[in-house]
Design a protein around this ligand. Structure first.
Ligand code: MN
Length: 204
């Protein structure tokens, strides 16, 4: 199985002014493309039979140790970026539904309290990685962070929303000001997609 770089679900400039066209193009056509190419190379060299990227990442500990780190890095990089792009939508195109707000408010004191905890996790992450809203094994909402390209699927979580806090995700526009990128991100969250993912994860 050969993976392909997915087409973005919006125009390169559709996330302006929160996420600039130049960053979107480089992030997608250089970084995401490189993970895709390196994943395909690693699969070919390891002679892996792959059914889906999800299965590969869930069962990555079964991969020959000689190739495992490459699959974690590039398979995670491929999946995490697919997931990231699909978590975003142009400004104001999507708001959290009452259903999603109710699910969030079961766990956090308010929707704002959830956003604050997620933002703090993203801001506090040391070095390269991701912050995630996930459903854990007990089907409870949880906020986690993962290092480098580790995917929540490998850790037994169902991912619902993510922000990329690698410097390549924000440095062109925001330089070292990660907090500004996180603040801008909230204008781009595709809440409809988050709710779809939650419903799918709850029904499993
Ligand atoms: Mn990235």
């Amino acid at each position: 199985m050969t993976f392909k770089l997915p087409t973005l679900p919006f125009a390169n400039n559709a996330l302006e002014p929160w996420y600039d066209e130049n960053t979107v193009i480089i992030h997608h056509t250089k970084h995401h493309q490189a993970y895709t190419d390196n994943l395909n190379k690693a699969i070919e060299e390891a002679k892996l039979e792959v059914n889906s990227i999800e299965d590969l990442l869930i069962n990555v500990n079964d991969v020959d140790p000689q190739f495992r780190t490459r699959i974690i890095n590039h398979g995670g990089g491929y999946y995490n970026h697919n997931f990231f792009w699909e978590s975003l939508a142009p400004n104001a195109s999507s708001k959290a539904s009452e259903t999603l707000i109710a699910a969030i408010e079961k766990k956090w004191a308010s929707f704002d309290a959830f956003k604050e905890e997620f933002s703090a996790k993203a801001l506090g992450h040391f070095g390269s990685g991701w912050a995630w809203l996930v459903l854990n094994k007990d089907k409870e909402l949880e906020i986690i962070d993962t290092h480098d390209q580790v995917c929540p699927l490998t850790l037994g979580y169902q991912p619902l929303l993510t922000i990329d806090v690698w410097e390549h995700a924000y440095y062109i526009k925001y330089q070292n000001r990660r907090a500004e990128w996180i603040s801008a991100f909230w204008n781009l969250v595709n809440y409809e997609r988050v709710e779809e993912r939650l419903n799918t994860a709850l029904s499993k």
